[in-house]
Design a protein around this ligand. Structure first.
Ligand SMILES: O=C(O)c1cc(=O)[nH]c(=O)n1[C@@H]1O[C@H](COP(=O)(O)O)[C@@H](O)[C@H]1O
Length: 308
């Protein structure tokens, strides 16, 4: 799957992931009205609204980008109907040819991590049969529990030819509280970066490992160091747009080959119509506004890379 991701990045010229993080405040009124008319102001109604909203965005952007990243929390908040829409979104995006990164940030003791990995990447055994659960192509993994919490994901990636992105240095303001703590004189995120390189060493695709890392666009200096610590890891870079990351912050996340990073934007794309810059599209054309925002992001990244 890492090879496919790289091929699609080259074909689209867009090292971009559109984050499908639907929130009710982003869903246009006309979509909510129709969903509530059918299902009432219920969890089912909310789930239908985010499904229709997602579908509009995916239809508008699927030819421009290689991948999407549905964030499971945004679906989980609507209970079972929300999780049904998470799965519908995963399947629909894959039908459209998109690579799906399930943003689940899981990680636990080994046996529990194995169940997470089975549910999201692999197949579960039921008697003599086996079934895919959510069947994403990649998932995000929290490494706080150490190797035995990560290894079950790696094992299933090997079997299924899928991949993971391990949290190394996150984009949020408090990320330094633990991640920047010095351990033997070096920040913890660097040690985690070294572990990512080690976990990924025998998980190579043609040029990159399918054990990747997450490093926030909001920490470009740390990104520069981590790029060197784990040269074969693909880096998923969130924090562009809504969290303040800009094109110029991203250049050090890429290798000399122009590859090695894929930049996520969620609110900046899916709620573009609510920004002044794209307000002319109006609510009815929210999906066209998302398309315009992807094109602008692609240009911003290309310019930054050309200027480095
Ligand atoms: O793993 C992630 O994707 C992630 C890691 C991180 O360090 N920071 C971060 O923002 N994310 C996710 O990336 C998305 C960012 O959303 P926007 O800020 O709206 O672009 C959200 O789904 C976050 O959960």
């Amino acid at each position: 799957m890492i090879n496919k991701l790289i091929t699609r990045i080259k074909e689209t010229n867009a090292p971009i992931v559109v984050g499908l993080d639907p929130m009710m405040k982003f869903v246009p009124e006309y979509i909510k009205k129709a969903a509530f008319a059918e299902y009432g102001e219920t969890l089912e109604g909310a789930a239908e609204a985010i499904w229709q909203y997602n579908k509009g965005i995916v239809d508008a952007i699927y030819d421009l980008v290689p991948a999407v990243k549905p964030q499971v929390a945004m679906y989980e908040q609507f209970g079972i109907p929300g999780m049904v829409v998470f799965k519908k979104t995963v399947d629909y995006c894959k039908e459209k040819g998109l690579i799906v990164i399930g943003d689940i940030k899981r990680g636990d003791i080994g046996s529990t991590s194995e169940a997470y990995a089975v549910g999201h990447l692999g197949k579960v055994q039921v008697g003599s049969r086996s079934y895919y659960g959510f069947d994403e192509d990649f998932v995000t993994v929290n490494p706080y529990l150490g190797s035995d919490g990560v290894n079950p994901f790696v094992k299933i990636c090997k079997e299924e030819k899928k991949g993971i992105f391990v949290l190394v240095k996150t984009s949020n303001p408090s990320s330094g509280e633990f991640q920047d703590q010095l351990v033997g004189g070096r920040p913890l995120y660097e040690l985690v970066g070294e572990k990512v390189a080690a976990w990924g060493a025998d998980c190579m695709g043609d040029s990159y490992s399918y054990v990747g890392a997450v490093v926030g666009a909001t920490y470009p200096e740390q990104g520069k160091v981590l790029r060197k610590v784990m040269p074969k890891a693909f880096i998923l870079v969130p924090g562009y747009g809504a969290q303040g990351g800009k094109g110029a912050d991203l250049v050090h996340f890429f290798n000399e080959d122009g590859l090695g990073a894929i930049i996520n934007s969620s609110r900046g794309i899916i709620a573009a119509y609510q920004q002044e810059k794209y307000a002319q599209f109006g609510e009815q054309n929210y999906a066209d506004a998302s398309r315009a925002a992807v094109l602008d992001m692609r240009e911003d990244i290309a310019q930054a890379l050309a200027a480095r």
